[in-house]
Design a protein around this ligand. Structure first.
Ligand code: SF4
Length: 442
């Protein structure tokens, strides 16, 4: 939670000396709250006020980088409990666990399958972030298995082992890949923290109880380990959700700085549907990293789609450029479908037009990223706006006919649209799924 202007004001000298360029300390405080000025502009701050204000300016949840170069991804830096208050900033990392007890060929097969978990949806690339190698066998096998990863994946890595010696050898092998080290507990805190400090890697700190977790996190910070990820171990979903919510709440209130880090959750179920449902719950609230066992594309795609929906800015819907798009080998006889510039609407129509194999134009009208019915209700998809788009995109130069097709949901505007545009309006199907058969019959 950001510090308010009034809270800042309480820490200022309140002399209204104007040296900061503002008429009053209160005016300066308000600008500081908006991050429009720097603390250094006031030369009369006491040391304790400066420290308090600097601490208040730190993000409530620390930004943690895992991996290096193209493998790198970041989690944390969240500022709100609820997406509609602002937005969620860093998409939850999605990763997969591979046990070293598998055979070499099984490990390589899993790795290959994980690497291929990339999809395109509404014009964006969706990809997974992390592969975690977990020690189940002897120390020697853990390192052998890790060596199989060499040159075989561009994803960030996590090392899961309870043996500090195995972790050290793995870190030496990985050199600068900056893997996530899993995990420091009350039993191995000193040894594992030394490794994290020496290799400058992010470290997972784990305790079942939040108070204990907070205590360990504070001890690690004192030992110089700054990049932490929290873990509260295996628990039923309701308890895990409670932990995640409490950690987020306390971090945002800055009532407990030692909980101001992203949280990692492991979900390992034999049933991929159960696993996906549980992982989805944590992606929604408030995991920073979710590790799963299942590597099937249908499971990964569900999680990535959910993540994409949650981590878009609710004030800025995903949009495509409003313009005239051609699909296939269009001619001046091709049909023209009108839709909005909301990405999901546009790409759904595009997919169905491609499936129909009938070359067509799609006129994407600027509705500020709203879908058809929302835009119509908000008066952004009106006969006047559509007519304006027809003229702006020079539709008359692209086709020899004067016919357009509008979505079935806005059939009610067809008459007015004909009057406003001078184009003949055909009402298309309500759902884009009806477009292939509609276009074939046209
Ligand atoms: S310089 Fe400091 S003390 Fe002077 S008006 Fe600005 S905030 Fe107040």
């Amino acid at each position: 939670m950001a510090i308010s202007g009034l809270d800042i004001y309480k820490l200022l000298p309140k002399t209204n000396c104007r040296e900061c360029g503002f008429a009053t300390c209160l005016a300066f405080a308000m600008q500081l709250a908006k991050k429009a000025v720097s603390l250094t502009s006031c030369p009369y701050l006491t040391e304790s006020s400066r420290r308090a204000l600097e601490a208040a300016a730190l993000p409530p949840i620390k930004l943690i980088s895992i991996g290096e170069g193209e493998t790198r991804f970041e989690v944390g830096n969240e500022t709100v409990m609820f997406r509609h208050e602002e937005k969620f900033h860093r998409p939850c990392g999605i990763g997969f666990i591979i046990d070293d007890a598998l055979s070499d060929s099984e490990i390589l097969q899993r790795l290959e399958k994980i690497n291929k978990l990339r999809f395109e949806r509404v014009g964006q690339e969706l990809k997974v972030n992390l592969v975690a190698l977990r020690q189940k066998a002897q120390h020697k096998r853990f390192i052998e298995a890790l060596k199989l990863f060499s040159g075989k994946t561009n994803l960030a890595l996590a090392l899961m082992s309870d043996e500090p010696a195995a972790l050290k050898e793995a870190l030496l092998f990985l050199k600068r890949r900056r893997p996530l080290v899993y995990r420091a507990t009350a039993d191995n805190l000193a040894e594992v923290s030394r490794l994290a400090a020496e290799f400058k890697t992010p470290l997972v700190v784990s305790a079942a109880d939040l108070e204990e977790l907070s205590k360990l996190s504070a001890e690690l910070t004192d030992m110089g380990v700054a990049d932490l990820v929290l873990d509260t171990g295996d628990k039923p979903v309701s308890q895990k959700l409670w932990d995640l919510t409490q950690i987020r709440r306390q971090a945002l209130q800055k009532s407990n700085r030692s909980l101001g880090y992203p949280v990692l959750v492991r979900v390992e179920k034999d049933d991929p549907y159960e696993e996906a449902i549980e992982a989805a719950t944590y992606i929604a609230k408030y995991a920073g990293i979710v590790l799963v066992k299942g590597i099937e594309s249908y499971e990964a795609l569900s999680l990535l789609t959910l993540r994409q929906n949650i981590y878009t800015d609710p004030q800025k819907p995903l949009q495509v450029e409003p313009k005239l798009y051609s699909v296939g080998q269009v001619s001046d006889k091709s049909p023209v479908l009108v839709t909005t510039n909301f990405s999901l609407s546009y790409y759904t129509v595009l997919g169905e037009v491609e499936a129909s194999k009938i070359p067509s134009y799609i006129l994407s009208v600027d509705t500020e990223g709203m879908s058809v019915l929302t835009a119509w209700a908000a008066e952004k998809f009106t006969p006047e706006k559509i007519s304006e788009s027809i003229n702006k995109c020079a539709l008359k130069d692209a086709v020899a006919h004067k016919k357009i097709i509008i979505p079935g949901y806005v059939a009610v505007i067809s008459g007015e649209l004909e009057d406003a545009s001078g184009w003949e309006v055909t009402v298309g199907p309500k759902e884009a799924a009806g477009l292939p058969s509609f276009l074939k019959k046209l």
